[in-house]
Design a protein around this ligand. Structure first.
Ligand code: ADP
Ligand code: MG
Length: 364
């Protein structure tokens, strides 16, 4: 069964948000797992996740909690996926890449370069007889079309399924990487290619999903090969496009993104519903995104979802929508509770555990 970790991360207020609302924020920190969110109607909701990263959190803490177990798993042939979800500007790319993929400042370095470092560390510390290879692919999904970011001439990669290899991106570029520096160069090239394609297509990076795939292969002495994957997904912005005003390409983009993000939510939900859910009932085929991630999300795998949020009241509606997505993914534990007054909240946080009904006052 899929093991999912759901975290939320609040970035610092931006200067624009500060100009509109000063220093006010829509969250109140309770502890490392729980916070109170004030919605647009000033209602207070308590959210709990596996971990909440507040604005002062450093990148290393996010990495250690969320990604390190996945990297260690991949070296032992357990697939893992790290997904950043949230509205544009909420901190998805900052979490994954850092300010730049080649950032060397340890406080700012993103998840991606840390994954690279630790993959090579794990491989280095393995037995001499273990022969590891690490490969990298990088693709982007825009309007349900898959583009190879390591070779822009491949602009319509197809997904194939084989009995032996599972889900495959047909003809996708796979670069063998032999050390962290080489990996960072390839990643940096892929990121630059993404920008080139965006200009060609007149598209903002926030409207496409970017997927980084590390394949770790171990050749055993008897020549059998064990494979584990670490996949990082920087999702397209989850924001709703205004009902009025959006038309043509913008509306089509918004509908496509919405459909694939809903498909992702449905797949995660089905996977975490319990052993009774049959693999054939998991709706992977509803989007390219879920289809590519099929092997990495299902089966014996680990998934980490980082719900990236703005702390500003001006983004409260989008933040609530992001938190709901996270709560739904972790539906057993993270059902938020509505508390309409401070008194009730104090009672809930006190020694008496809430009854099931009370804690599920309103499922968001
Ligand atoms: P997204 O990818 O979700 O659209 P970005 O990651 O590009 O958003 O973040 C938007 C802006 O906020 C960037 O300027 C980024 O540097 C900044 N930012 C995001 N998260 C943090 C953080 N945790 N600490 C400092 N700055 C951040
Ligand atoms: Mg981004």
């Amino acid at each position: 069964m899929t093991n999912i970790t759901v975290c939320s991360r609040f970035r610092p207020l931006s200067s624009k948000e500060k100009r509109v609302h000063g220093d006010s924020v829509c969250i109140r920190n309770m502890d490392t797992e729980t916070f109170i969110f004030k919605d647009e109607k000033e209602e207070e909701l308590v959210f709990s996740f596996d971990r909440v990263f507040y604005e002062e959190t450093v990148q290393a803490d996010v990495y250690e909690f969320l990604a390190l177990p996945i990297v260690r798993g991949a070296v032992n042939a357990i697939n893992g996926t790290i997904i950043t979800y949230g509205q544009t500007g909420a901190g998805k790319t900052y979490s994954i890449e850092g300010p730049s993929i080649l950032e060397s400042d340890d406080l700012q370095k993103g998840l991606l370069p840390r994954v690279v470092d630790d993959l090579f560390e794990c491989v280095k510390s393995a037995d001499e007889s273990d022969k590891y290879t690490i490969k990298l692919s990088m693709v982007e999904i825009y309007m349900e079309k898959i583009r190879d970011l390591l070779d822009l001439t491949k602009d319509n990669i197809l997904i194939k399924e084989s009995k032996v290899q599972g889900i495959m991106l047909s003809g996708v570029t796979e670069i063998f990487i032999s050390d962290p520096a080489e990996a960072l160069q390839s990643l940096s090239g892929g990121i630059a290619n993404r920008a080139v394609g965006e200009t060609q297509m007149n598209m903002a990076s926030s409207r496409s999903h970017c997927i980084y795939i590390f394949t770790v292969q171990l050749e055993l002495p008897d020549k059998r090969v064990k494979t584990g994957k670490v996949i990082l997904v920087d999702l397209a912005g989850s924001e709703k496009v205004e009902k009025t005003g959006a038309e043509g390409k913008v509306l089509e983009e918004a509908k496509t993104i919405n459909k694939s993000l809903s498909a992702l939510g449905n797949v995660i939900n089905a996977l975490t519903c319990g052993p009774s859910t049959k693999a054939s009932h998991i709706p992977y085929r509803d989007s390219k995104l879920t289809r590519i991630l099929q092997d990495a999300l299902g089966g014996n795998s680990r998934t980490a979802l980082l719900c990236c949020c703005s702390p500003s009241p001006s983004n409260a509606a989008e933040t609530l929508s992001t938190l709901r997505f996270g709560a739904r993914a972790k539906h057993i534990k993270a059902s938020p509770t509505v508390h309409r007054s401070q008194d009730k909240l104090a009672k809930k946080q006190g020694e008496v555990a809430p009854s099931k009904d009370e804690s599920c006052d309103r499922i968001l």
